[in-house]
Design a protein around this ligand. Structure first.
Ligand code: HEC
Length: 714
């Protein structure tokens, strides 16, 4: 109730002061990158503000928006769910985008007609990669030479932007190996990039996606030469002896620990030559007995000199993270007004539902942050940090604690079932320690803010963020004894069943079911996943080939062959048992709505401008349960035409245009699949378009697909 009332009151107050704010901000936008006719970089530009200064589509005429073209990538599939999170680039009338299986396409951005395509998997036996949010475009000063960079599995490919052919002179016949220079070099661990890198001069600055369980590579940040593919600089996110932060880990951790990686992309202050890198937690997630200490630079925003990779400043958001609180979106490079002064700032949103704002140069927080005390971990070996930082303002954009009052009332049965479960769990807000009985993580591992990241309006100083509101339950367990593991089934019980369950049903959507696996993967592919990991699936490189084969046979066909017992790797005594959404017996969130929200935050003042529930479940809406909000992924885009374009909502598959001043819904349409991606806004031949990747792979209920849908005025 309160939720909706705040919205109405907030918007009225807001419109009165809007005109004044408009005048203040307009000078700042002219020199912003990515605000011309093109959409030349991920999220519109290296400042990651998701902003276009185009005005042809505006508040008055947006209701006349029609489909201009659609393009099917051919990757539609009903079986293996593929996420389609591509934010396509548009440069000089050409759209560069990906398919869910990471084929690269160049399309005529006015018609959607294909110019060329490039399939990095062609001719290889590589399995289709995981999610990938787009490509990077680079051209030399004359514009004659232009390249498109894409990552597939462990390779960074350079493609000629005009022909779609590999650039032979780059790396090894057109591709560089992302494993080069990582400490565990040669061990064949999992590394890829799920978010494209950012161009600075003639370098491509890159993070990486790394396994979230050990063994895992460290998440070093690299600058690749755009011409040669050689590494120009490398920043150790897990410091080596003698480097700053080394003493925040056990002394040998730099040799065995992993991750502290940037899978979410980064931002760049081009004028100052500063890269802002958001880092994730160290591996393994959820249990950190082998990495006692604060674990710098895990969970930190690190400002690096973009020329050299030298650290300028950093801020750590979570000390010794055991909650999987990766920084999960590039920070927005914003400009705020304070006491009549304009301050260039950097705003980082978080999974916990907070926004932290820092001075871009000094790293000084621009709103007060408090180090709050938290209880100790009860798990043997684990040592949690005595305090964690949280900002005192702006207020959090997601609820911070699940109490009995938050237990769902959707039906009496759902309420009773959830309440019974809830009473067995530890639930006391942020940074409660993980337990053997189960701890409520709220907001859950998927935010709060997710990888779509916030949008920022330089006209007004408002930051817009869509968020999930969903609890997870995390449980730790004692590692099962290795002696049981000498058959396919025994190995599965010891290594896999904690997540995939002994009857293979998994825990969708967090952990996929392995039932019917033989219809989508081969023995070779399963072995490759076991050896190398894949996203949140840990790698098991220490199992021997016979054991991997026995596991694959068991997962694929239920064969339970005995293999020669080998001594299993010495590993930590405790491990993650499960991390899963807290749902009611019918599969809806265990909490009361809202289950998703959209919030406009006035960064000058540190207060909300407006806030609305975001998304619906069509079948619940049909029963009268409307405006519940729902899970949503992919960010929004602001325009100088006064609009906030955003898809994101999982279940209603809507693409929306809101009035950015008030949050009023001005237009919406239903996409063929949910638009779990950030849209792009651009102009070709005097016509403004907005395009979004519709793939729907984030919904547990629907099939996934892969279609670009572009809209324009008639
Ligand atoms: C910590 C939890 C966890 C453990 C332990 C685990 N998995 Fe997984 N597994 C996952 C997750 C999560 C995914 C989905 C990965 C993604 O797409 O990000 C997955 C994916 C897979 C897939 C691909 C499924 C598909 O449909 O594409 C296979 C096969 C698989 N796991 C097999 C195994 C085997 C065999 C083991 C034991 C050796 C194992 N897993 C252990 C969490 C786990």
């Amino acid at each position: 109730m309160n939720f909706m009332m705040n919205t109405v009151l907030g918007s009225r107050r807001l419109s009165q002061c809007f005109i004044a704010l408009l005048l203040i901000g307009s000078a700042a936008q002219a020199q912003k990158p990515g605000t011309g006719k093109d959409w030349p970089a991920y999220q519109g530009g290296p400042d990651s503000i998701h902003y276009s200064r185009l005005t042809q589509i505006n508040r008055e005429n947006v209701k006349n928006l029609k489909v201009a073209w659609t393009f099917g990538t051919g990757d539609s599939t009903t079986k293996a769910k593929r996420e389609f999170e591509s934010n396509p680039l548009i440069v000089n009338g050409v759209l560069y985008g990906l398919s869910p299986k990471v084929k690269v396409f160049a399309l005529n951005a006015a018609t959607g007609k294909e110019i060329w395509s490039f399939d990095p998997a062609a001719g290889t036996k590589e399995i289709g990669s995981t999610r990938n949010r787009g490509v990077t475009y680079w051209s030399d000063a004359s514009g004659r030479e232009a390249r498109v960079f894409v990552t597939f599995r462990q390779y960074l490919y350079a493609i000629d932007a005009k022909t779609g052919k590999l650039v032979d002179s780059f790396g090894d016949k057109g591709r560089a190996d992302l494993r080069t220079g990582l400490r565990h070099e040669g061990e064949g661990l999992f590394v890829t990039m799920s978010t494209p890198g950012v161009i600075y001069k003639d370098m491509l600055l890159c993070g990486s996606m790394i396994a979230e369980q050990l063994p895992a590579y460290p998440g070093d940040i690299r600058a690749f030469d755009v011409h040669t593919g050689k590494i120009r600089w490398q920043f150790h996110t897990i410091p080596h002896p003698g480097e700053f932060g080394y003493d925040t880990w056990p002394k040998d951790a730099w040799k065995y620990s992993g991750a502290a990686n940037d899978w979410a992309g980064l931002s760049l202050d081009v004028k100052r030559g500063i890269a802002f890198v958001p880092l994730g937690s160290a591996s393994p997630d959820f249990y950190g007995a082998d990495r006692i200490g604060d674990d710098l630079f895990a969970n930190s925003l690190v400002a690096l000199d973009a020329n050299t990779g030298k650290r300028l400043w950093h801020y750590q958001f979570v000390h010794h993270d055991i909650w999987d609180r990766d920084l999960n979106a590039p920070p927005a490079l914003v400009t705020i007004k304070r006491d009549g002064k304009v301050i260039d700032a950097v705003a980082q949103t978080t999974k916990t539902g907070h926004v932290f704002v820092f001075d871009r140069v000094s790293g000084k927080p621009l709103f007060p942050i408090e180090e709050k005390p938290y209880p100790k971990s009860p798990i043997p070996g684990e040592v949690t940090s005595p305090t964690q930082p949280l900002p005192l303002s702006p207020p959090p954009f997601a609820r911070q604690k699940m109490t009995e009052d938050d237990v769902t009332t959707r039906t009496p049965e759902a309420h009773d079932a959830v309440l019974k479960r809830f009473k067995t769990l530890l639930s006391d807000g942020q940074y409660m320690p993980e337990t053997l009985e189960g701890t409520v993580l709220f907001p859950g591992s998927d935010g709060g803010q997710e990888w779509g990241g916030p949008a920022f309006d330089p006209e007004t100083g408002f930051l817009y963020t869509n968020a999930n509101e969903q609890a997870f339950i995390v449980k730790i367990m004692k590692r099962p004894p290795p002696s049981e593991s000498n058959t396919g089934k025994g190995l599965f019980t010891a290594n896999c069943a904690a997540c995939h369950k002994s009857n293979l049903v998994g825990d969708p959507p967090n952990v996929p079911a392995l039932t019917g696996l033989d219809q989508r993967l081969t023995n070779r592919e399963v072995v490759s996943i076991i050896r190398g990991g894949n996203g949140r699936m840990p790698a098991f490189p220490k199992l021997n080939p016979l054991e991997m084969n026995a596991l694959a046979e068991y997962a694929l066909k239920g064969n339970d062959d005995i293999v020669s017992a080998s001594s299993p790797p010495s590993e930590q005594e405790y491990m993650l048992a499960s991390s899963a959404r807290f749902l009611d017996p019918d599969g809806y969130p265990a909490i009361t709505p809202p289950w998703g929200s959209l919030t406009a935050i006035n960064l000058n003042k540190g207060i909300f401008a407006w806030r609305i529930p975001f998304g619906e479940y069509p079948e619940l809406a049909a029963q009268g349960m409307r405006n519940t909000g729902s899970e949503n992924y992919g960010g929004g885009v602001l325009t100088a035409g006064g609009l906030l374009f955003i898809g994101a909502t999982n279940y209603d598959k809507k693409f929306h245009a809101f009035d950015k001043r008030t949050g009023e819904l001005l237009w919406e349409t239903t996409l063929p699949f949910a638009g779990n991606a950030t849209p792009s806004v651009y102009e070709v031949d005097g016509r403004e378009y907005v395009v979004i990747a519709a793939g729907g792979g984030k919904s547990v209920k629907d099939i996934s697909g892969g279609t670009y849908v572009a809209f324009a005025l008639r």
